[in-house]
Design a protein around this ligand. Structure first.
Ligand code: GLN
Length: 517
């Protein structure tokens, strides 16, 4: 038992430490508004279902929280608050990150190239200046910019989810007996099938129509739309931007799609003629479902949660519910990477390196696996059918952040990495470097520096690699570190420089070398 008479468990000590961190003046209470400010800065929003059990308590003007009241909050929702207050979310300094992303987003406003899709009047009428961004991390930290709550049609950005549902309903083997996995190298609605007369992949029209044909063919189109809509809702934590309830499609867009769909009918008939469909498939029902899903309405704020669920391997960050299997998500992200951006997919994978899917409404949904998902909406399209501002935003994001799929091969050198997971890895490397320097292991020191470790990393006693190498008399490592930017003036916790450390352990030659540096 502790002095306060409570059982001394780790859990309790943890809560105590966090409590003390808030109660700086030792008043025995913490202010609700201080905790609320931390929750807000972390990116959790008031409508987050995980906060439902305590948001009211944080916003009420009841008395400040004493230790018991605080511990009570900390133990709810699998310790959500503890993780948050300990900065253990994937992006610990979320407020700063969100502000930086906002600046990148605003930079895109000046871009006015491209034209709004005009094949149906409903799309042609959209204000080309619309511009919104929603972002959500795998811990459910969210940020919104511009027209982020405006509702638009998913169009082709719905295809990854149509594919996901087909995989979950009939399995990958059956799906891929009818749809390929290669980029087509053609535009999304080209009249083209692959060498075995199947659609090239599920991310273009022919493949998406096929996925529609494969899913619940015995049900009515209404029921099939509702089931797909229910999957979208689960992926988006129950709301697509127009409140809880059923997913809906835009009736006018659906009717127009249907009335102008000669190309999609042609594709479906071609597939029928080539016997690409499963036995007995109803081509008209499949097309009908496809048109409705193109017209599915949602906002980028909610689509970002869908993308975050993909980033989180199929578990929705806001509900902690598994919505898709890991296998399904792996398949979906793989094909988004290789085929998600129409005939720009190879270039996008090369320069931006994120699984993404665009639609002719001007939406672009992208995933940073294990970190976050986002969706941008801006209706002006480039000649390939991708949102001009959407692609430009992705480019700027990846220029600034360590988010390209292969950036993770080395520690960030010129880019920022806002994530905790990776800063942990960097912390470990710093310790490895300090240790290697102390052991005089020049090969390891070189390897770690080449990997991007900071030459002036310091341990909890503020001792740098140079301190350790000097104290242990490792002259070769000392020279190498100095040549690579080590700071000879850095002092440890006791005010000693590396030269002092060398002297203390009798390495006067090294001390002289360091004093001369
Ligand atoms: N409704 C459009 C079509 O089928 C969707 C295509 C798209 O977004 N690229 O042609």
């Amino acid at each position: 038992m502790t002095e306060t008479g409570k059982p001394s468990t780790d859990r309790f000590d943890l809560d105590q430490q966090i409590f003390d961190a808030f109660d700086r003046d030792r008043t025995g209470v913490v202010e609700r508004r201080d905790v609320r400010a931390r929750v807000e800065a972390s990116g959790l929003k008031a409508d987050d279902p995980r906060l439902a059990s305590f948001w009211d308590e944080l916003t009420s003007d009841a008395n400040a929280l004493d230790q018991d009241g605080f511990t009570d909050l900390c133990t709810r929702r699998e310790g959500l608050l503890v993780r948050l207050l300990q900065d253990r979310f994937i992006i610990p300094r979320f407020d700063r990150f969100a502000a930086d992303v906002g600046a990148l987003f605003e930079d895109g406003r000046a871009e006015t190239a491209g034209t709004v899709a005009s094949y149906i009047p409903e799309l042609a009428r959209v204000d080309p200046e619309n511009y919104g961004l929603g972002l959500c991390t795998v811990d459910g930290q969210r940020a919104s910019y511009g027209d982020s709550d405006a509702v638009f049609c998913a169009q082709s950005a719905a295809k990854p989810i149509t594919y996901a549902r087909a995989l979950e309903r009939v399995g990958g083997e059956r799906v891929h007996a009818h749809v390929g996995r290669e980029p087509s190298g053609r535009s999304f609605n080209d009249i083209a099938l692959n060498r075995v007369n199947k659609p090239h992949n599920p991310m273009i029209n022919a493949g998406a129509i096929m996925c529609c044909a494969l899913t619940d063919p015995e049900e009515s189109v209404d029921a099939r739309f509702d089931a797909l809509g229910a999957l979208w809702l689960d992926l988006a934590a129950g709301d697509l931007g127009y409140g809880a309830g059923k997913a809906r499609y835009n009736e006018a867009v659906y009717q127009s799609e249907k009335a102008t769909a000669n190309r999609n009918y042609a594709l479906a008939y071609l597939m029928m003629e080539k016997k690409a469909f499963p036995e007995g498939a109803d081509l008209h029902a499949a097309l009908d479902l496809y048109f409705r899903i193109c017209a599915l309405e949602l906002s980028v704020d909610r689509m970002a949660i869908v993308a975050a669920t993909l980033a989180n391997a199929g578990v929705c960050p806001l509900t902690n519910r598994r919505v898709l299997s890991v296998e399904t998500v792996k398949n979906v992200l793989s094909l988004m990477s290789s085929c998600g951006m129409y005939d720009f997919s190879g270039e996008f994978a090369f320069t931006i390196g994120l699984p993404a899917k665009s639609g002719v409404s001007g939406v672009l949904m992208a995933v940073v696996p294990g970190v976050l998902g986002f969706a941008v909406w801006s209706p002006r399209l480039d000649p390939l059918g991708n949102s001009v501002r959407g692609v430009a935003f992705c480019r700027r994001l990846v220029e600034r952040y360590h988010f390209h799929m292969y950036d993770g091969l080395a520690a960030p050198v010129s880019k920022h990495d806002p994530t905790e997971r990776r800063s942990w890895a960097r912390g470990l490397e710093a310790y490895q470097l300090i240790q290697a320097a102390g052991l005089g292991d020049l090969v390891e020191v070189r390897r770690l520096l080449a990997h991007g470790s900071s030459v002036n990393a310091a341990d909890y006693d503020r001792r740098t690699p140079l301190h350790l190498a000097a104290a242990e008399g490792c002259g070769e490592v000392v020279r190498y570190l100095l040549a690579h930017g080590a700071d000879a003036q850095a002092v440890d916790r006791w005010g000693a420089t590396a030269a002092d450390a060398a002297e203390q352990s009798g390495h006067s030659e090294i001390a002289a070398l360091l004093r001369g540096a």
